[in-house]
Each structure stands twice: as structure tokens, then as C-alpha cells.
Design a protein around this ligand. Structure first.
Ligand code: GRG
Length: 296
């Protein structure tokens, strides 16, 4: 990661952390356990890639920082809910996430399911709140776009295809579609959200969509490479899972070397989409390099 990107990510992470803590306050009523699990799953961890993308995208259109932070936090809540549910015994059955016991290991399955449900709904509550944008049309557009990205047409649909793929391995076209839905759609919303908040013109939205498309695929290939080659200690989660399950991935279909080259090509291509933003998009260009070089 470039030093300027590291500095910006550290600063943004601290702001996102504060926003998440405000949107998810500690609670001492009879439902205290739910709030504790929601905070456990969301605070103090992760790369905060999606919130960073949302904040950078908002910066391109000079969106108010407080509004952008609420959207960034909402996206991270959806992401964290997906991790909590993905780790459950009925899905990936994982014990380790972000270097700590997974939510169901720490709180039990029932609480983990409820915490995931409540994070998802709290995210939409945050987007729909007038503090997120003064224009109700903009708030509705944010809610609609996040719903599409995270539901059956996006992340949840992708997860379903992924579960089915354990019975019958997929080819490259099917894996690309699955990953665009499962991880690409939420990354795409993060990048698009700043343009929605800033009421950006179509040509600029299109450039950002191109960036998000290539970045999402580069991110996923890097994730497959980490699973194939990375250490569990560094990644903070179990690695080697795809091969153990005999699952077809970008790496199993292309081989490590071609997959690495493809990720590099996609990262370069992603950055090219940002040419028309000139130096205002320099950190977003750095992100493209970061997602393929990361160790976690
Ligand atoms: C269960 C509804 C539901 C969806 C699950 C996104 C997802 C779908 C599951 C996550 C499992 C997984 C390992 C997906 C591969 C890519 C990915 C999303 C990795 C985790 O994201 P990072 O690397 O994690 O941004 P951090 O912890 O840094 O936020």
C-alpha cells in the first residue's frame, strides 16, 4: 500500500469506527446481548475497504463528510452481516474471522443470526434517515441501489450460487457471474454511492461503474490467491478452504501465475476508468494496487 493511501485509510477507518459506534450504541435493556453481538461483529476490525471506497467516491463530488460517513457505515454493516451469516455452521462453518472467534462462536448461533439480521436492517434505517441526505429522492435511490446490490440479484443470490457450486463445479463464465454478484455488487454500490449522494451526471457514474467492475474482479482473484497461498495467521481467517472442498475458483481454473497476471491487468484497467477525474481520483487508483497486493 502506498504511504499516502495508508494514511488516508487509517484516518477514514477511525472516522468510520466512530460513526459505526454512534449508529450501533451499547444497550443495557433485555436485548443487550443483541447489541453486544452487533458491535462485536462490526467494530475493531477489517480493512474497511468498502467504506473507504464510498468516502473516496463521495469526495469526488464534494459531498458533505457526515452524510458520506453514514453511507459508508451502512455499507460496512451489510458487509459485516454477510460475514456473520457466511461463518455460520449452515454455511461456511468458520471459527475465525478478523483474527477473533466468529460471532456464533462468541455468542451462539441464534444470537449471531439475529445480530446479522439487525445489522442489515440498521443499514437501511441509516440510509433512509434524513441526516443521510436532505433530498428524499436521493435517500430512496441509495436504499434501492443497496437493496439490489445486497439481495437476490446481488450478494445473497451470489451466495446461493456459491453453495450450489459445491455440488457441481462451475466454469469460468459462471464463476465470474457468481463473484460479480457475491462480492462485486456491494463493492459496486460503495463506489456508486458517492455519485448518488452527489447527483453526478451519467458519464461520471459510468466511469465509476467501470472502475468498480474491474476492481471487484481483481479483489476476488486476490481473495482466491490468498485462500490458496496465504497464511491463516496473516489473513485472520481460515485459508486453504477452496482446495479442501474441491471448489472451482479463478485460481483453480487459471493457475496461480495466470490468476496473478489477470488480477494485475484488471487493477490497471480499473485505474484507467478514472482518467477523467484526474488527480482527484489518485487514492482510488492506489486502491486498485492495494486490493491485489494485500496479505489479508
Ligand atoms: C451469507 C448473505 C450472505 C452472504 C455472504 C460476501 C459473502 C456473501 C461472504 C463472505 C465470505 C467470503 C470470504 C467472500 C469472499 C470475498 C470477501 C467478501 C472477503 C471478505 O471481505 P474483506 O476481505 O474482509 O473486505 P474484511 O474483514 O477486511 O472486511
Amino acid at each position: 500500500m502506498t504511504p499516502r493511501l495508508q494514511e488516508a485509510v487509517n484516518a477514514a477507518t477511525a472516522e468510520v469506527e466512530r460513526t459505526l459506534a454512534t449508529l450501533l450504541p451499547a444497550h443495557d435493556g433485555p436485548e443487550q446481548r443483541l447489541y453486544t453481538a452487533m458491535r462485536y461483529a462490526t467494530l475493531n476490525g477489517g480493512k474497511r475497504l468498502r467504506p473507504f471506497l464510498a468516502l473516496q467516491s463521495a469526495g469526488l463530488f464534494s459531498v458533505d463528510r457526515g452524510c458520506a460517513l453514514r453511507v459508508a457505515a451502512a455499507i460496512e454493516m451489510v458487509h459485516c452481516y454477510s460475514l456473520v451469516h457466511d461463518d455460520l455452521p449452515a454455511m461456511d462453518d468458520d471459527d475465525l474471522r478478523r483474527g477473533r472467534p466468529t460471532a456464533h462462536k462468541a455468542f451462539g448461533e441464534a444470537t449471531a443470526i439475529l445480530a446479522g439480521d439487525a445489522l442489515l436492517t440498521r443499514a437501511f434505517e441509516a440510509l433512509a434517515h434524513p441526516l443521510t441526505h436532505g433530498d428524499a429522492q436521493v435517500r430512496a435511490e441509495l436504499v434501492l441501489a443497496l437493496a439490489v446490490a445486497s439481495g437476490a440479484e446481488g450478494m445473497v443470490g451470489g451466495q446461493m450460487i456459491d453453495l450450489e457450486a459445491e455440488k457441481q463445479p462451475l466454469d469460468m463464465t459462471a464463476i465470474t457471474r457468481l463473484q460479480r454478484m457475491k462480492t462485486g455488487a456491494l463493492i459496486g454500490f460503495a463506489v456508486e454511492s458517492g455519485a448518488i449522494l452527489g447527483k453526478a451526471p451519467a458519464a461520471l457514474r459510468q466511469a465509476l461503474a467501470g472502475f468498480a467492475h474491474d476492481l471487484g474482479l481483481a479483489f476476488q482473484i486476490a481473495d482466491d490467491l490468498l485462500d490458496a497461498e496465504g497464511s491463516s495467521a496473516e489473513a485472520g481467517k481460515k485459508t486453504g478452504k477452496d482446495a479442501a472442498r474441491g471448489k472451482a475458483t479463478f485460481v483453480s481454473l487459471m493457475g496461480v501465475e495466470r490468476a496473478r497476471a489477470q488480477a494485475g491487468m484488471l487493477a490497471e484497467q480499473a485505474a484507467k476508468h478514472l482518467d477523467l477525474f484526474e488527480e482527484k481520483a489518485e487514492l482510488l487508483r492506489d486502491v486498485a494496487g492495494w486490493v491485489i497486493d494485500r496479505r489479508a
